[in-house]
Design a protein around this ligand. Structure first.
Ligand SMILES: *Cc1c(COP(=O)(O)O)cnc(C)c1O
Length: 394
């Protein structure tokens, strides 16, 4: 068993676990007991693989970005999660969880969403399977993210505004948890990243691990080696990075680089650089590293990319950071926006601003000409066009 994977008690080192109110024990206990037997069963694997192929469009290409490679004097490969149905890696997880919910006999799905990307990926699989879908979203986020709210409604989801507190993601999460407590029998809660109580971080990482499983095969075809010298990915909660790292965790020759959002600067007071600013504590049901005040209040994170402004990281990332297995870097809004423009001009690919954080890290690294670097291009930039246009004044 890998020392970087979850142990039998639901921990990565001293991180993870299930810190939940007693009223949630039955729901979480059911998941803990059933998730591995279900997702490792032959019928699950078959349907999961078939939907990833025919519905999501997998395998996603591994593209050697020629002009970007020339710029950095090495071999840069982009893992094209941006080409997935719905435009990002999030669908890999929601497909897995909807199949699990079906097998648990659940009829109703709930989710929380911040920018709306996870809400859309959840509403999509609920339409696919004909299950009822309720998405909790902060009232302020509903105003800010109108196109995603429209997508969810068009797919038949009910979007409920969280009107308490700061009216953003953490309030939506509280509402979703309250709903789950009240509806333990017929409802499954689809969490959107490698966060939450055990078994969510492990379960979501397994669904996203298709990213590195495919990468190994594709690299072997293209370079004659299954492993890259570097694997680079951005981190909000950490699911695309967990998927990109998964099958390389026990290959010490692969250097793992995770990129957080530094916002307007790590120490500007407007940042989401959790590993730099955070301390150990409990957030959303697991022990990890989070941004908090002296007396333990969660600090509101900031990033220009809505998908990265989360005040914590998943427990596996906390452990990869603490153990030194992966390196955690932080990229500012400005650096990410420039990297997004650079990829667009050099390769004709507009990346999500989240993914642009991973690309920006390349500027800070040095490579050998025969090395290979895989960057997880977690999503496409169509959703960010307004932001890019305002930023650059196009
Ligand atoms: C949501 C999102 C992220 C951040 O989530 P992780 O769980 O850290 O992967 C990154 N990129 C895109 C395109 C997203 O939509």
């Amino acid at each position: 068993m890998s020392k970087y994977q979850v142990n039998d008690n639901g921990y990565y080192g001293n991180f993870g676990g299930a810190y939940i109110p007693e009223m949630l024990y039955p729901n979480v206990d059911e998941l803990q007991r059933s998730y591995l037997p279900i997702i490792q069963s032959e019928s699950f694997r078959q349907e999961f693989d078939q939907l990833l192929r025919d519905y999501v469009g997998r395998p996603s290409p591994l593209y050697r970005a020629g002009r970007l490679s020339d710029r950095y004097g090495t071999n840069i490969f982009l893992k094209r999660e941006d080409l997935n149905h719905t435009g990002a890696h999030k669908i890999n997880n929601t497909i897995g969880q909807i199949l699990l919910a079906e097998r648990l006999g659940k009829k109703r799905i709930i989710a929380e969403t911040g920018a709306g990307q996870h809400g859309v990926a959840t509403a999509t699989v609920c339409a696919l399977k004909g299950l009822q879908c309720v998405v909790y979203m902060g009232a302020i986020d509903i105003e800010r993210q109108a196109p995603n709210v429209a997508r969810m409604k068009m797919m038949g989801a009910e979007v409920i505004a969280a009107t308490s507190g700061s009216k953003t993601l953490k309030d939506a999460t509280n509402e979703a948890l309250r709903d789950w407590i009240n509806n333990p029998l017929d409802t499954h809660y689809i969490i959107g990243s490698v966060v939450g109580p055990h078994p969510y971080p492990d379960m979501v990482a397994r669904f996203q691990s298709v990213i590195s499983a495919e990468t190994r095969k594709q690299l072997l075809e293209k370079t004659g080696r299954e492993t890259p010298d570097y694997a680079v990915a951005c981190v909000g909660g950490g699911s695309n990075a967990a998927g990109m790292f998964y099958h390389f965790l026990d290959e010490p020759s692969v250097r793992l680089v995770a990129v957080e959002a530094a916002g307007k600067g790590v120490h500007s007071g407007e940042s989401a650089a959790t590993t730099v600013l955070g301390r150990e504590g409990v957030l959303h049901g697991s022990r990890s590293i989070l941004m908090q005040t002296e007396d333990g209040q969660v600090i509101e994170p900031y990033s220009i990319s809505a998908g990265l402004d989360y005040p914590g990281i998943g427990p596996q990332h906390a452990w990869l950071h603490k153990s030194g297995r992966a390196t955690y870097a932080a990229i500012t809004d400005e650096e990410a926006m420039q990297a997004g423009l650079l990829l667009t001009r050099l390769e004709g690919i507009i990346p999500a601003i989240e993914s642009a954080h991973a690309l920006a890290q390349l500027e800070k690294m040095t490579f050998g000409k025969d090395e290979s670097v895989v960057v997880c291009l977690s999503g496409r930039g169509d959703k960010d066009l307004d932001n890019y246009m305002k930023y650059f004044g196009f």
